[in-house]
Design a protein around this ligand. Structure first.
Ligand SMILES: Cc1cc2nc3c(=O)[nH]c(=O)nc-3n(C[C@H](O)[C@H](O)[C@H](O)COP(=O)(O)O)c2cc1C
Length: 198
């Protein structure tokens, strides 16, 4: 292989990353130092004009109970009933750590259109979760209709911001199966040819 030596451990982490759902996550969650590394990795994702169009909000410890109450209220408001409310509350309580992803997109930016800012948010999520996986943590990005519940959104966002969802993080309960079904690289990488001129 030509080019710079490949950081094999980093590549291995990228090639094996897969989501681990909240029901398979147990304590311990990542420490402050480990979370800081995940954020540093996120900040390395491509970001036109370095706008950093996102913020991460850490939900752990007792704060999970507050989020569970919000989730339960959102479920009731959506007509899910008490059983649905309990299920949604459990989604907040079960992961040792949840990290809310809040996008702050500037639709009027003179140089960076909104779609490029959204791409930066996606890149940050990917780097964050890849770093978590590289450190042995399991994680999954989750959203659901509750991100659009007014009370839930207001609890996480300033005016003009958008709540994308939560990266749930913890120690995988067991060697989790990689259920990802990815297409072969050849389906995704194709040669481009200039349009024919007649
Ligand atoms: C912004 C965003 C929101 C998502 N919300 C959900 C969700 O609510 N429920 C879900 O099952 N997967 C959701 N996903 C997809 C999962 O995080 C995960 O990527 C998908 O299940 C594929 O698994 P993999 O990451 O192992 O390839 C979301 C992904 C993104 C980027």
């Amino acid at each position: 292989m030509s080019g710079a030596p490949v950081a094999l451990a980093a590549l291995e982490a990228l090639l094996t990353r897969h989501s681990v759902g909240p029901k398979h996550l147990v304590e311990p969650g990542p420490s402050d130092a480990q979370l800081a590394l995940m954020v540093q990795a996120a900040l390395r994702a491509p970001d036109h004009a370095e706008l950093v169009p996102y913020r991460f909000k850490l939900v752990r410890g007792d704060a999970r109970r507050g989020m569970a109450a919000l989730f339960a209220d959102a479920a009731r408001a959506a007509g899910k009933g008490e059983e649905g409310a309990a299920l949604d509350a459990e989604r907040a309580l079960r992961p040792p750590v949840s990290v809310a992803v809040v996008a702050r997109i500037d639709p009027g930016h003179p140089k960076v259109p909104a779609h490029e800012q959204w791409a930066a948010v996606g890149g940050a999520i990917a780097h964050f979760l890849a770093a978590a996986h590289a450190m042995g943590f399991g994680g999954k990005m989750l959203s659901g209709a509750k991100v659009r519940d007014a009370a839930v959104a207001a609890a996480f966002c300033e005016p003009g911001e958008t709540l994308l969802g939560w990266m749930t993080l913890g120690t995988p309960a067991r060697a989790a199966a990689d259920r990802s079904r990815k297409p072969p690289a050849a389906d995704v990488l194709v040669d481009w040819h200039p349009p024919c001129k007649n």
